[in-house]
Every structure is written in C-alpha cells, then in structure tokens.
Design a protein around this ligand. Structure first.
Ligand code: PLP
Length: 386
C-alpha cells in the first residue's frame, strides 16, 4: 500500500542532500573540532560552514549562532539563560498559553526559582494580542517569549509588533521559531528578536541537532557547564554530522523557500477548500491567512480524532491529532482549549502538515480518505444526535 506522510510538523524526512552532507562526518572526517591537527580542522570547518548557513537563513551574524541538541534545548537555554542572568533586573516573564511544552514547562520550572510568569490568552484564531502583551508588562518584566508559528494550528504571531514593544520597554524577546525556520522568511533584525530557537529535524535535517540565535550583546548565561564549547555557551563536543546536516538543511530551505512555500500554500488551500465544502460539520482551526503554508487543523463534529487518525493510518495516511508529544495522552490539546474549543470539539480535531514529498495526487487521495473515514465513523458514532 502507498503510504503518504502528512505529519511534517512532528518531524520531516532527511533531504537526500542533507544525508549526503552528513555522511563524511560519520566516517572519514571524524575529528573533534577542538583538535588542532588536520582531522580536527576538517571538523571545525564543517561546523563553521554550517554556522554561516544557519546565520544566512535568519539574517544573523555567524557569531550569533550557537549549536544545541534541538528545539527543546534551544528554548531551555534562551529562557533559563536570559532569566537567570538578568534576575537582578527583574523576575517577571511573559509568554503565551499556546507555546510548545519546551517553553511552557521551562517557564513553569522557573517559578520554582522565584520567577513569575504571565501566560497570555489568545484569540479564537490563535493570535496573541499586542495590546495584551503591553498590558502585561511591568517594571519587573525581563523577558517575553512568544512563538513564531504554532505547531498545532499554524497561526503566525505578530512578532514585528511584539519585538518593537520589547525594544521600547528594554525587555528581551525570545521566539520559538522551530515551525517557521526554513518555511517562511525569518529576519531576526527586522523582527527585533534577541533569541530565536530552531530545530534541524523540522526542516528536513537530522533529529538531535538545533541552534539558538542570540543577538550580540544579550545578557545570557550558559545552562550547561564543561569544556567551554560554543564560546562557553554550550559545553560538550559538537555533534558534527548533525551540525553539518543542519547547515545543509538551512541552505536548501533558503534556496527553495519561495517556490516551496507557494506550492505548500496551494496544496493546503486545495485540501481545505475540498474538505470544508464536502464534509458537513467541519471547520478549520487557527487563522484563515496568518497561517503556515503547510498547516491544516480541522475539526469534525461527532468524530473522535484518535479514531479518525487510525482509520487514515489504515488507508496509508499519516496525520496527527493535537501535537505528537501529547497524542498519547487523552487530555484535550492545550492549544485547542486556548482558542476556545470545547473538550468534545477538540477531540474531533485532525492536524495535517504538508511537506516536500506531497503532491496534488496525495492531497486528493487524502481528501477522499478523510471523507470516507468521517462518514463511516459518523455512522457508528454514539455522539451523533439522531
Ligand atoms: C518540535 C518543536 C520543538 C522541539 O524541538 P526538538 O528538536 O524536537 O526538541 C519546540 N518547539 C516547537 C514549536 C516544535 O514544533
């Protein structure tokens, strides 16, 4: 049976060129980048080349890029590192209620160190309101952390306005950009961002590699001590193959972005157009246009998302309900709750995230499969009124 992967917000396959770029650093070029001999220098060159490629993707300087083990670590480093280093200035952090757990749980853990956190609500479309950020700011606020685009509903936040506010109030501004890096243009300068997290495996790179942009001059301390790698910010021998892969992924994403994002947008709109027209009691969660080109998040009335997911899986389609991290729990998605969905409606959600390998044919097949599955499930559903 043909298998169609439509869960690219959970992870992406390696681009073939990325794999090729990584292989030498598993085999002949195994040097430690800290070594002074030719083996070491080769590895160091790969790391520095990747740093330049990641910097170019974000319009940053290479010296502002620090490699980490992924999005989660980048979020930890940014938030804990900035909060702890600036605690004499203040103890208040502002974030949103729809952040990834890598931000929410870090903020929660900081409350045990005496920090106070405001979790801002969002609109029905999943937008953080700039006015609400401004209202939440107090004398004690040292950090605002608002994600660029949401991993479940795809809503893109008004970062430029939030960045402007942060600068005026002299508050540091971190963004979890794991879902946008490589998919839509990111310019950390024009967005007024002080720290930006990315993860390789969300942009056709390897798992276990990521980076944090830290603007030059930001006061931040390391959260991992050791041999002083990454200019003291992240000790531990560099994951050279992973970093080389991230660099290649960043370069390819930048080259293909304009074309690929247009293609995604057209596939996305083809799918939502068909589904919303042909399946009764369906709607799209998230913002109609301030939205990732690859994201669809549907709700189907009288449907249990997990059952729909399994039906689709049996038809060869890989999608998700809520986020991958919470899909094993039965609790309603915190994001869908935050946009005002009832627990019943949020359990009837289906996230489709498109990617490089998907074609119009795949989309049309998936539309039919969703239609048939929803129909069958509704026929069996106990939730459906007679
Ligand atoms: C996937 C994801 C992360 C975590 O990245 P890892 O590299 O898997 O640790 C963080 N934030 C968002 C928005 C994500 O989608």
């Amino acid at each position: 049976m043909k298998r169609i992967y439509m869960d690219h917000a959970a992870t992406t396959p390696l681009a073939p060129e990325v794999l090729e770029a990584m292989i030498p650093y598993f085999s002949q070029r195994y040097g430690n980048p800290s070594s002074l001999h030719s083996f070491g220098r080769e590895a160091r060159e790969a790391v520095e080349e990747a740093r330049a490629e990641v910097a170019a993707l974000l319009n940053a300087e290479p010296s502002e890029i620090y490699f980490t083990s992924g999005g989660t670590e980048s979020d930890n480093l940014a938030i804990k590192g900035i909060a702890r280093r600036n605690r004499k200035k203040g103890r208040h952090i502002i974030t949103s209620s729809i952040e990834h757990p890598a931000v929410l749980e870090v903020c929660r853990s900081l409350t045990r160190e005496g920090f106070e956190v405001t979790y801002l609500p969002v609109t029905r479309e999943g937008l953080v309101e700039v006015g609400a950020v401004e209202e939440a700011v107090c004398e004690d606020t040292i950090l605002i952390s608002i994600m660029h685009a949401n991993n479940e509903i795809g809503t893109i936040q008004p970062l430029e306005e939030i960045g402007k506010l942060a600068r005026e109030k002299e508050i540091y501004f971190h963004t979890d950009g794991v879902q946008t890096a490589g998919k839509i243009p990111v310019d950390v300068r024009s967005l007024g961002i002080d720290a930006f997290s990315i993860s390789a495996h969300k942009l056709y790179g390897p798992k276990g590699a990521g980076a944090l942009f830290i603007r030059k001059g930001v006061r931040i301390e390391s959260i991992q001590q050791g041999g002083g790698h990454e200019r003291g910010m992240r000790s531990g021998t560099e994951n050279v193959p992973g970093i080389a892969g991230l660099g290649a992924a960043a370069r390819i994403a930048k080259e293909n972005m304009a074309e690929e994002s247009e293609r995604m947008r057209s596939l996305r709109d083809r799918m939502s157009g068909w589904v919303l027209k042909n399946i009764e009691g369906s709607w799209l969660n998230g913002h109609p246009d301030k939205r990732l080109p690859s994201n669809l998040n549907f709700s189907f009335r009288y449907i249990e998302g997990e059952s729909l997911l399994l039906h689709l899986d049996a038809l060869g389609i890989a999608a998700s309900t809520g986020s991958a991290c919470s899909s094993k729990k039965l609790a309603a998605s915190h994001v869908l709750s935050a946009i005002g969905l009832s627990p019943v409606d949020s359990h009837g959600s289906l996230r489709i995230t498109l990617g490089m390998s998907n074609t119009e044919e795949d989309v049309d097949y998936a539309c039919r499969a969703i239609f048939d599955s929803v129909k069958r499930l509704r026929e069996m559903s106990a939730m459906r009124p007679e």
